[in-house]
Design a protein around this ligand. Structure first.
Ligand code: SF4
Length: 329
């Protein structure tokens, strides 16, 4: 039994199983974190902003102290910015502290001191993105919306075996969400990604949803097609009295050893034009091949080969192409 082709295509029973197992695991093994003590929206919001870009351990150190100095949203709204930044000290990314302060003022002034209850309304507040809005609305107000952070994205991709992204990812997450316990479900997904389904070497053998997971390990990296390189190369086509001058590749060459080819020109005649040009691709390189009717440079020890024998000579693919274009083959 696996979660199948893609999250949005999951069988209803599989989704039910997934929720049940994940929530049971979360109930038994979840970490005892200070912001999980209750569902007060001020505390949930504060923890979600602090956890953006900061490790759990560092947030634990600062969370309680911040709450001691600003125990309520009203106290935070009334504080001077310098005091808020001082309390934030050590967490970094001070823009978050300024946004937090700005939101507290907006809620105190424009919302009559009451936090909004939906993710959509939260998104209108400073510094609150789609993930944070969904996390707060689901945890503090039970709104059935999925929250996707990096951990949840990784779990969903591994479970489905697909690199879901964008709206498909959000749709898949919402399909899987436990609508009766959205806050716990979202936290359980994040917890699973943080402690079991980790970026490197996930602990699949201890995973509560292993039987429903397609990947059961790291999802194979998508290999990007190698970028084609471009190169220009010049050859001398030395053709006299019905014979062509060819050279033989070294017998220890890594590519096409012992085969015959035209001598390469490092410095073709400046100013003049090649006799003809063609294109040739080898693995990741696209060559522009310029061919000159010219005498082969003296440094090459080659052989004059009668034109009528060319068909029986082991030519490289490129040499064959050039000789065909020159109508010698
Ligand atoms: Fe992640 Fe492994 Fe669990 Fe799948 S089985 S969700 S890969 S920990």
């Amino acid at each position: 039994m696996t979660l199948g082709r893609q999250i949005e295509g999951l069988q209803r029973n599989d989704r039910k199983q997934f929720r049940r197992r994940l929530l049971a695991w979360y109930g038994a093994y979840r970490r005892d974190l200070p912001w999980r003590a209750n569902r007060d929206p001020y505390r949930v919001w504060l923890s979600e902003i602090m956890l953006q870009q900061t490790r759990v351990a560092a947030v634990i150190e600062h969370y309680q102290e911040f709450l001691r100095r600003f125990p309520t949203m009203e106290k935070l709204a009334a504080a001077r910015e310098a005091s808020v930044l001082a309390a934030w000290s050590g967490l970094g990314y001070y823009r978050r502290a300024r946004m937090l302060h700005a939101t507290a003022k907006v809620v105190a002034r424009e919302y009559g001191g009451k936090f909004p209850k939906t993710a959509e309304a939260w998104r209108a507040l400073p510094g609150v993105g789609r993930y944070t809005a969904a996390a707060i609305a689901s945890i503090a107000f039970d709104e059935p919306v999925a929250a996707i952070d990096g951990n949840v994205e990784r779990v969903l991709q591994r479970v489905s075996g697909k690199r879901l992204a964008g709206e498909r990812l959000w749709q898949g997450a919402n399909d899987l969400l436990d609508a009766k316990r959205p806050g716990d479900f979202n936290q359980a997904m994040m917890e699973l990604g943080a402690v079991v389904c980790t970026p490197r070497t996930p602990a699949c053998l201890t995973c509560p949803v292993i039987e429903l997971c397609v990947t059961r390990g790291e999802l194979a990296a998508t290999t990007k097609p190698a970028r084609q390189k471009r190169r220009e190369i010049q050859y001398a086509l030395d053709h006299r009295d019905g014979e062509v001058f060819l050279i033989r590749r070294p017998s220890d060459a890594s590519l096409m050893p012992g085969m015959w080819e035209l001598p390469e020109l490092v410095h073709p005649n400046g100013g003049s034009s090649p006799s003809f040009t063609l294109r040739h691709s080898i693995t990741v390189t696209d060559y522009t091949v310029r061919v000159w009717h010219a005498a082969a440079p003296g440094r090459f020890a080659g052989k004059w080969i009668p034109q009528e024998r060319l068909r029986r000579v082991a030519l490289t693919g490129l040499a064959r192409k050039i000789l065909r274009k020159a109508e010698m083959l």
